[in-house]
Design a protein around this ligand. Sequence first.
Ligand SMILES: O=C(O)C(=O)[C@@H](O)CO
Ligand SMILES: [Mg+2]
Length: 262
Amino acid sequence: MLFPEHDFLDRFGAAAKAGFRGVEYLFPYAYRLEDLAGCLREAGLEQVLFNLPPGNWEAGERGLASLPGREAEFQASVAEALRYAEALDCPRIHAMAGLLPERADRETVEAHHHTYLKNLRFAAGEAAKAGRDLLIEPINQRDMPGYFLSRQADAIKVIDEVGADNLRLQFDVYHCQIMDGDLISHMERQFHAIGHVQIAGVPERHEPDLGEVCYPEVLARLDSLGYTGWVGCEYRPAGNTWAGLGWGQAYGLSTDTTTRGH
Ligand SMILES: O=C(O)C(=O)[C@@H](O)CO
Ligand SMILES: [Mg+2]
């Protein structure tokens, strides 16, 4: 989402110049593995996270994990994601849950839930064999109406029900603020399950210093809980990416114009 000023493969270099040490993006599948691996190597960056193939994104699909009848496709998507993860040395992958049909009745919701648990058990098992973590992420209903997993508490329930050590919570502070609020207590209560964190300003999903969330406090609390994982900057810059990086100076990012490379 950062550096849309650049072509996708040029964003790696820009991220490294800005001081980032790792990168995440939604999907690598449109690119050749050799090109992605080369970009990471040249820029000296770690690949931190990407999503499993989500079904037909252009047609509006947002993941397969809870979709009854799509199990074979989901299983193939796990294999494809793990193939990329291996080649890019990426320790974690995110399985998007998918959408419920409009006005879903109780039986339909239950069928999704059952499928979700079964698929996540399968995917966590495959990921464990490959030495990787599988993540699930509550996503807010305003941005993704009908998304199957929206509440922080529901994600923890699913993680407990699946019962796999490598199934972890992708704690996106932006979504949590919109759906549940009470950010710091959610972080504290769910800390044992957190495998990755993402941030953005609320409500516009711009830079973390724009909007209603006090990120210096949220991130300080995350540190004091002993978090040693990654924090993904999953926001849409309000203008030029570089111009908006001031918020990150406190965390080692650079806004030095001489390092911009353009
Ligand atoms: O939209 C988000 O938030 C994400 O983290 C994407 O990976 C979609 O799940
Ligand atoms: Mg996210």
